[in-house]
Write a protein that binds this ligand. Structure first.
Ligand SMILES: [Zn+2]
Ligand SMILES: [Zn+2]
Length: 281
């Protein structure tokens, strides 16, 4: 028998879906619809969706968080995250950044006290404005303190960037008035918050060996700033990944029903994602 001396290193990369929901989360507060009511009465239902975020654990032992949602504290506790080496912020909408202060405890307990945030130049400027107390703090802090975060800009034009020794190929995606940062990392392609995939990005993904595609599918009807279900499924067909997951889901979708619909569409290895789902790639 093998004496497995490498037991401490993991053989595969893992991604955890920390939140699969649209900007309001599901159930949507105050919404009288049947799905929201049922989800509220059944906390373990896969129709309960926190705000969209994922977490990567790499074979090199790196732990990388994507976005700091208003649900971040709950997501960290639910997924038992005890290490965050770096954060990638896709864009500056509230549902992707308003939990930024929940990174603070990681600045107390980790060996490395400062956490690097990787962003586009536009997002850097917005974060500096929105969270002046973190990024432009000139006052001496008394009491609880502030998260110690540093901002680093990345190239978003389908060129490789190295983050924590890991190669990420970033690309920008149109998202209403702004862009959202998507990426490819060792077979994982992540595309949230976009209304379309530009031709050069689509061609790059078609030419890449995409093992797992996680893609925006906010609702059934067309949306000005997001992919809707039919458009997402169409892109999945074109990219043809080994498997895929739909994310940023609204109360339009019942988990089981959506999985069935995707299968009926002919995408046998595609499903709706759900909070807490962990996949290898
Ligand atoms: Zn969003
Ligand atoms: Zn957004």
């Amino acid at each position: 028998m093998d004496s497995n001396k490498k037991s401490t290193t993991i053989q595969k990369n893992y991604v955890t879906i920390l939140g699969s929901g649209t900007s309001t989360g599901v159930p949507t507060p105050g919404c009288p619809c049947k799905l929201c009511q049922q989800a509220a009465n059944n906390p373990s239902s896969k129709n309960n969706r926190l705000r969209t975020s994922i977490f990567l654990q790499t074979t090199r032992g790196k732990h990388i968080l994507i976005d700091t949602t208003p649900d971040l504290r709950t997501q960290i506790l639910q997924s038992k995250i005890s290490q965050i080496d770096a954060v990638i912020i896709t864009h500056d909408h509230a549902d992707h950044i308003h939990g930024i202060d929940d990174l603070r405890p990681f600045c107390f307990f980790q060996k490395r006290k400062e956490i690097p945030l990787h962003v586009t130049d536009y997002t850097k400027q917005q974060l500096e404005k929105r969270f002046e107390y973190i990024f432009n703090n000139t006052k001496k802090v008394i009491g609880g303190g502030i998260p110690m975060l540093t901002l680093h800009t990345v190239e978003g034009n389908i060129t490789p960037n190295i983050i924590e020794e890991e190669e990420f190929t970033f690309f920008t995606l149109p998202h209403g008035h702004i862009t959202s940062l998507g990426f490819f990392h060792q077979g994982l392609a992540y595309l949230t918050d976009c209304q379309e995939i530009p031709a050069d990005v689509l061609n790059f993904l078609i030419a890449s060996d995409v093992k797992l595609l996680i893609i925006d599918a906010t609702r059934r009807k067309p949306h000005a700033t997001h992919l809707h279900l039919e458009k997402s499924l169409n892109y999945i067909k074109q990219i043809n990944p080994q498997q895929s997951r739909l994310i940023h889901l609204s109360h339009d979708f019942d988990h089981e029903q959506l999985c069935q619909e995707v299968m009926d569409y002919g995408l046998l290895n595609s499903k709706a994602s759900f909070d807490g789902e962990k996949l290898s790639y």
